[in-house]
Write a new protein. Sequence first.
Length: 340
Amino acid sequence: MSVEELKQIAKAMVAPGKGILAMDESHPTCGKRFKALGIPETEEMRQAYRDMLVTTEGLSDYISGAILFDETIHQTLLDGTPFPKYLSENGIIPGIKVDAGAHPLAGHDDEKVTEGLDGLRTRLNEYYDLGARFSKWRAVITIGDDIPSWACIEANAHALARYAKLSQEAGIVPIVEPEVLMDGTHSIERSYEVTELAQRITFQHLRNQGVLMEGMILKPSMVISGVSASSRADVETVARETVRCLMNTVPATVPGIAFLSGGQSDEEASSHLNAMHNLGIDLPWGLTFSYGRALQHASMTAWGGDSANVSAAQKVLLQRARSNGKAALGDYSADAEKAA
């Protein structure tokens, strides 16, 4: 794939009013969510669930791409159509999660580094042949007593950069995800400090590896108070501090930023994104969403593993996608969503 094609795909991924559906949950994560709802934790049920998601009529009006898990990219829909083929034919770019998960960082208690670089070139070429046109790699940064360490930030930034370069080499647009976890009691000021550092170091490594900025997407966490903080910052403050951080770290040549929801409630994730578009700041890149739970949770609950509930679950998913599409334009209203 040419440089121009990489640029075109990256731009399409962050088209105005559209975001990315993160449906790449690992077996343990998906199983945990299924178990909480009494849904059998089987491959067949994961296939049926993801079939329900992608066949939602009108989804491509608000969703530009879908991140698949390794199992899903090799599966077919219930009608026998391969997932990547169906997505492509219905206006949604197929993507793939390629990291092997976060593992303990040697010598650093309570910190992790994401693994999966071994054999990645071969896997990326295979995923390209299966139809994937973008990829995702998630790094995890934890805020706590005396952490994150410099070693943790450096190790994860280096891995993200090597992954991104390998993806572009394979003709695949990389989503670079340095997630600063919401877990903890930290203030928004501490969140800003860590998030800015993590993003600054990540982009330094991306430059060192020669990654094409115009052919990648950043998937960051928002600058937000810890979920257990005694006092949590309001929506406007989160929006303002998040945009300030991005303006200080992200090159203007990056086509777009697609936020993760990171444990926020559905309404929180939409409201924060919406507020960023109403700060009166001229942004050099597109701001949109790449949500997993904040798009899927209500739909999964409505579905409950019962094929009789597919239509109702799809209506819920479409409403969430529509709401986030509006938030990506600055037109979201929590009250309007509740009324709908």
